[in-house]
Design a protein around this ligand. Sequence first.
Ligand code: TYM
Length: 326
Amino acid sequence: MKRIFSGIQPTGDIHLGNYVGAIRNWVYLTGEYDCIFCVVDYHAITVEYPIEEMRRRTLDAALILLACGLSPENANIFVQSHVREHTELAWIFDTVTPIGEVERMTQFKDKAKQHRSNINMGLMSYPVLQAADILLYKAGFVPVGEDQVQHIELSREIARKFNGRFKPIFPEPQEILSMAPKILGVDGQSKMSKTLNNYIGILEEEGEIWEKLRNAVTDVNRVRRNDPGDPAVCNIYTIHRAFSDNNMLLEIDKGCKTAGIGCIDCKKMLFGNLKNELTPIREKALALGKDMGYIEDVLAKGAAACGAIAKTTMDEVRETLGLYIP
Ligand code: TYM
């Protein structure tokens, strides 16, 4: 079976962008692939974070993955720092990665702007660690949102560089995009993200979700209810495409263009579908939250299985590098 690897940072709230851009797709793919999903805590420490919350956030991220439909039966789920080989391989990859390649990464440039007082080495070599995450398991496919595509391209480049210099032992991983690879935030301008606080969390209460949706920016040229709108430039329509069926999409497309459906009605229709999909997830998360011991067991099982694969790869890597192995 072909192998998939993907990861998510334990940054607190997991939002609609993470869900439709990645997690929901991961669940779809579990039947076809050998799946490994990782809560990437070492990635999350490249920026300032509340130390006392990290443990909880990590467990919560795993809990959400399970609430969304992943399980130890269909995937290995684990925490990055529990498999030591990730950072070990990242160091080796650092030695084949040209600095120019990491400096030109859009995410590095954005984060360097956001965190001017803490532009650390980890922030820069972040995509090298990401390449190590994937290649440690020789995963050929990586389901991610659009913002990660550049990092996957770099992973291919790193695999090529390593294979060319030493021996061809790594695949060149390909990204798999979901049907909604880029969800904008409620500001209708930037990518939905925790940092920009323009997100709708997947575990938020219905009332909170509606408040955010009600105020969300739509087609800015549609000022009055009677103005026709353009679904192609409306972020609410993009979210509809991820949550609504074809009949509803056609109805909205037509209604928006002819001013037959107002923005609030359109949002109410979306809200109905969001509720249908997210309420069972929230309920499952609440139930899972009563037994954190189970989450810990799932993560321990995932780390044991992944740790064994990681060890085999690192033994091969050390040998390939020509190191002295006693
Ligand atoms: P992270 O934690 O920022 O996001 C997790 C996943 O959610 C996707 N995503 C989105 N998709 C659509 N619209 C959005 N607004 C949106 N926001 C986030 C991301 O593309 C991602 O797939 N560097 C990664 C984590 C990582 C990783 C890996 C991924 C570490 N190692 C190895 C794949 C393979 C990250 O920060 O994702």
